[in-house]
Design a protein around this ligand. Structure first.
Ligand code: CAA
Length: 257
């Protein structure tokens, strides 16, 4: 049976997860989300995985929730939807996730991309929240993460009209951090992930958490968290190694301790 998710690695600290439902433009059905969730559970516990890259195909990162599957769910089915737990699993993953996005990233696909910490888009990427065309609305962060990323003007435009935006528009709006030629997107994302994987894992973990505090809390609370995390890092062997390596003019060797 075809696997909905191809798992490669970890290599040099990077796990590559490729959505693999080409016949449905990588629409996110329950089976795919189950596999993604399970892969992240494994990656969370594996010290050799220091960053994760999630990608799709050149035609589609993911064209949204699987509409055929969704059509079978009534109100109670949506209320008890097991996929909610999968979205929460992705959101609480403690290591950096880099999304390499080519082609369509629509609805749940755009929402999955926005669960990543760094978004790299290929020139052919198209982002959109077209749920309104189906008589529904985004249900996995499309109104919340998108608004925080691009501001309410563009978020309103995208969610109320269902119109897509290009990779360059997404870059200009702050949704993605980089646009590159489509055929290079995955390699570029892996390169970034490898760079992060070479850093001190505990510092990386706290930095990720601290940056999210900037969205989730007020400034005083966020600054307090930052200071506490900064202080905790003073107790790590990796901090001692990082500072010593600088003084000795050599590369540091971080162990995640
Ligand atoms: N669910 C299920 N199947 C999908 C799908 C989806 N979200 N998107 C595409 N497919 C399937 C199509 O049905 C088609 O299958 P068949 O060949 O068996 O007919 C195949 O993928 C190829 O798609 P198209 O022939 O439509 O390809 P296209 O290039 O003409 O159009 C597209 C591409 C613009 C992405 C179009 O497929 C489309 O509009 N898809 C739906 C996008 C959408 O509305 N996404 C939001 C879903 S709701 C959601 O995500 C809720 C949430 O927030 C959690």
């Amino acid at each position: 049976m075809q696997s909905n998710l191809l798992v490669h690695g970890p290599e040099q600290g990077v796990l590559l997860l490729t959505l693999n439902r080409p016949e449905a433009l990588n629409a996110l059905n329950t089976a795919l989300l189950n596999e993604l969730s399970a892969a992240l559970d494994t990656a969370e516990a594996d010290a050799d995985t220091r960053a994760v890259v999630i990608t799709g195909s050149e035609r589609a990162f993911a064209a949204g929730a699987d509409i055929n599957e969704m059509a079978d769910r009534d109100l109670v089915g949506i209320l008890d939807d097991p996929r909610v737990a999968h979205w929460q699993r992705i959101a609480r993953f403690s290591k950096p996730i880099i999304a390499a996005i080519n082609g369509f990233a629509l609805g749940g696909g755009c929402e999955l991309a926005m669960h990543a910490d760094i978004l790299i888009a290929g020139e052919n990427a198209r982002f959109g929240q077209p749920e309104v065309n189906l008589g529904i609305m985004p249900g996995a962060g499309g109104t919340q993460r998108l608004t925080r990323a691009v501001g309410s003007a563009l978020a309103m435009h995208m969610t109320l009209t269902g119109e897509h935006i290009t990779a360059n528009r997404a870059l200009q709006a702050g949704l993605v951090s980089e646009v590159c030629p489509t055929e290079l997107t995955v390699n570029r994302a892996i390169e970034i992930a490898q760079t992060i994987a070479s850093k001190a894992p505990i510092a990386v973990r706290f930095i990720k958490e601290a940056v999210y505090k900037a969205n989730d809390t007020d400034l005083v609370t966020g600054l307090r968290f930052e200071r506490h995390a900064f202080t905790i890092l003073a107790g790590t062997a990796d901090r001692a190694e990082g500072l010593k390596a600088f003084q000795e003019k050599r590369q540091p060797h971080f162990k995640g301790q």
